[in-house]
Write a new protein. Structure first.
Length: 75
């Protein structure tokens, strides 16, 4: 009787392991949490005039670096 219970426990454990492995291999890949546009906007750059960090999307790009739009950007 004890042998039967041990064999049953082993079969159940193996079945659960196989089920878990199959679930991992057939699961669709998760899309990235952020698109590439959102990641670009989240990057911060330093203003070459005042040293403030501003989002790259709102900074003014110049040949020598970035400038913030609050007053450092050339008019």
């Amino acid at each position: 009787m004890v042998r039967l219970l041990i064999l049953l426990a082993i079969v159940v454990i193996v079945a659960l392991m196989v089920k878990r492995l199959l679930a991992k291999s057939t699961a669709p890949e998760k899309p990235s949490a952020q698109s590439s546009d959102e990641r670009t906007e989240a990057k911060l750059v330093r203003c070459i005039e005042c040293g403030a960090f501003v989002p790259k999307a709102s900074a003014v790009a110049l040949p020598d670096g970035f400038r913030c739009g609050s007053g450092c950007a050339p008019r």
